[in-house]
Design a protein. Structure first.
Length: 364
């Protein structure tokens, strides 16, 4: 066992780790969006700017009606990967409206826009997530300029409060629910073997994987079942904590390269790459993989992840979501030039093989 990596063992070893917990206030439960006025009051916010994507404007308008004069306005232009020009426009609108708080209602794209505003102001974020992406539990932000996405970490962008209302996820289409849930599972799988892995986060990561793996096939069968939605959102919360506290490795690096340089869709890319990244790291992370296997009730972990996905309506091949076979070598080169810390050495030839397998949807 590699104690230096901080991987939490299943038992019987001497532990060595650093735990750096992040502050979080979470209000969880069906109907909990009704707590929004009280949560704004708690933050001392009097003029909240509500953020959403154009597609979710109607649902945000309904929420704004419950706020009365506490709603300064709605900005509904949030877009994937937070384009800088949209961030700057939203910052301007927030200033002009005299907003003193951002309420983000949506997935990672909307939360990301709130983070961009918080980064350059003193405004707190109150997040109301409606997907399983987990951004609301992390101090990680991203901004895209001229086609290049830059990410950073700053505790300033961590939401001061998060309202998880599973009723708001009932409208998330089955396919998006499935890929978004696998995106969350990927956070936890990597948190189990990341450089900053520690026993507290590993407990949450394992439970997050278990909850999502149980709930996602049921959500797909019955998207409007609130108890399945509730379990999935609970899992997503735990996986978000895992991402925020324990960091990332090869899998996230590959997804950032495929999203950033090849414009592949975020959640689907995570879903497709995950079993292959788990295979790449399998022999170097047996304790972490044992936890994944326990959470999924099946082994080996890469195959168990692949088989879970076979029960979900998600693409299985990078070739299906816009990558060209001629892009594989460039993707492998970019991913191996400046790798994230990873338990197994990141090398061009095996990473190319990983990508080739993900491109063809091979069983790992
Ligand atoms: P998203 O926020 O882009 O949403 C995808 C689509 O689903 C949008 O059209 C949105 O309006 C719609 N949608 C969201 N919730 C809905 C609902 N309940 N009902 C109906 N439609 C709904 O997707 P995402 O996967 O949540 O976020 C992806 C982005 O988040 C990426 O840019 C990614 O990099 C970022 N992200 C950041 C972090 C972080 O820690 N900073 C973590 C995860 C993801």
């Amino acid at each position: 066992m590699d104690l230096g990596s901080g991987v939490a063992p299943l038992g019987g070893a001497v532990l060595k780790f650093i735990y750096n917990g992040l502050p979080a206030r979470v209000v969880f439960g069906a109907g909990s969006r009704s707590q929004l006025p009280a949560e704004l009051e708690r933050l001392g916010a009097k003029r909240a700017l509500l953020l959403s994507t154009p597609e979710q404007k109607d649902s945000v308008e309904k929420i704004s009606e419950t706020l009365g004069s506490r709603c300064a306005g709605i900005y509904d232009k949030a877009a994937m990967h937070v384009p800088l020009e949209i961030a700057e426009d939203a910052r301007r609108v927030a200033r002009e409206l005299g907003a003193d708080c951002c309420v983000t209602v949506g997935g990672g794209s909307t939360t990301g826009l709130g983070k961009a505003i918080a980064l350059t102001s003193t405004m707190p974020i109150l997040a109301v997530p409606t997907t399983y992406a987990g951004s609301e539990m992390t101090p990680i932000y991203g901004l895209t300029e001229g086609g290049a996405k830059k990410t950073g970490r700053d505790v300033k962008v961590l939401p001061k409060a998060v309202i998880y209302d599973p009723e708001l996820t009932l409208s998330l289409p089955a396919a998006l629910s499935a890929s978004s849930g696998m995106n969350a599972i990927a956070h936890s799988v990597e948190a189990l073997y990341a450089q900053d892995a520690n026993p507290v986060i590993s407990l949450m990561a394992e439970e997050g994987i278990r909850a999502l793996a149980h709930a996602l096939p049921l959500v797909v069968q019955e998207p409007e079942n609130i108890s399945f939605r509730s379990e999935a959102l609970y899992g997503a919360w735990l996986c978000g904590i895992a991402l925020g506290s324990a960091g990332m490795a090869l899998h996230h690096k590959l997804c950032h390269v495929l999203g950033g340089s090849f414009n592949l869709p975020h959640a689907e890319t995570h879903s497709i790459v995950l079993p292959h990244a788990a295979r790449y790291n399998y022999d170097a992370t047996r304790d972490a993989m044992a936890r994944v296997e326990r959470a999924l009730g099946s082994s080996p972990a890469p195959v168990a992840l692949f088989d879970l996905e076979s029960r979900l309506p998600i693409p299985r091949k990078l070739s299906e979501i816009g990558l060209k076979e001629t892009d594989l070598e460039r993707a492998a080169r970019i991913a191996t030039e400046t790798p994230y810390p990873n338990p197994r050495k990141v090398e061009y030839a095996p990473v190319l093989e990983l990508l080739r397998n993900a491109y063809h949807g091979a069983r790992p």
